[in-house]
Design a protein around this ligand. Structure first.
Ligand SMILES: [Zn+2]
Length: 281
């Protein structure tokens, strides 16, 4: 039997889908072409060194979409759907970007209509953590397990937490993204977890993102190491003497290797992430 997949009203055996990601600052875009089984066939990334205005991002996306959909890549049919993951607040029911936390000029931008019209292909947009949550459910860490006898057991409720420059989370219930009443269901990055805690990118204090994002982890490591020569040495060693470039991953590695300061930071990340997860139930 020919393999079929359904995505909403999509029922097709031939063709392609496109995935687009716009980061929370608008400076890191990615566009990918995939077949209907979700295999990525081609992808482009065009990171910028500055925070661009909306027009610049849209122009860049145009170029990237043109490259990804070049006729020679589409010999198995046409583009059937476009899915866009946005690193900010999105009203998925209206297809509107409410705001990007780290860039200006996006407030209430009707990105879904804009792209649908431009590409003449049905397009859906959602928050990037929601999209990642759904991706994990469909083909990643939370994808259905096949039991003996061939039955599939799918998780009913899946919570995804992404720790990056910011912190995003997405909730998938019975295979569908749960948006809640305010479109911010599962948004835990700006939850207050520590009274008088460090300053957050949004201007508040003690939010989870200010403690547990990749950026916050690097910043804490640099800040706390000042009084600990051993830790400073360790940082210099892993960053080849460019301490300001230390990554969250390197902090976790130093913690695993026994560095006291790195360990304290990682413990904080676990503690406050735990508090946020417990509260977001
Ligand atoms: Zn915040």
């Amino acid at each position: 039997m020919e393999r079929q997949r359904t995505t909403g009203k999509l029922l097709a055996t031939q063709g392609y889908v496109i995935g687009v990601e716009i980061s929370g600052s608008g400076s890191r875009q990615a566009v990918a072409l995939a077949d209907l089984n979700g295999n990525i066939l081609y992808q482009v990334r065009r990171p910028l060194e500055y925070i661009p205005d909306t027009e610049t991002v849209l122009r860049l996306l145009d170029d990237m979409l043109a490259e990804v959909t070049a006729p020679e890549r589409l010999d198995d049919g046409r583009i059937l759907r476009v899915g866009v993951a946005v690193g900010g607040l999105v009203d998925a029911s209206l297809g509107v970007v409410r705001t990007l936390h780290h860039a200006h000029g996006w407030d209430n931008f009707p990105l879904q209509d804009y792209l649908t019209e431009r590409l003449d292909v049905p397009c859906i947009i959602d928050n990037n953590a929601n999209a990642a949550a759904l991706a994990e459910v469909q083909s990643g860490a939370a994808s259905p397990t096949v039991l003996d006898g061939g039955a599939r057991r799918a998780e009913r409720i899946v919570l995804y937490v992404g720790l990056g420059r910011g912190i995003g989370s997405g909730l998938v219930v019975n295979g569908k993204i749960y948006h809640g009443a305010t479109c911010t269901a599962g948004e835990i990055g700006h939850m207050l977890v520590k009274e008088n805690g460090p300053k957050c990118s949004c201007g508040g204090f003690g939010h989870l993102e200010a403690i547990a994002s990749a950026h916050a982890i690097s910043r804490a490591m640099i800040g706390l190491s000042v009084e600990y020569p051993e830790t400073e040495d360790a940082i210099r060693r892993v960053t080849e003497a460019r301490a300001e470039r230390i990554t969250a991953e390197q902090v976790f590695q130093l913690s695993a290797a026994g560095d006291t300061i790195a360990r304290r930071i990682v413990e904080d990340v676990h503690t406050y992430l735990g508090i946020a997860l417990a509260r977001s139930k």
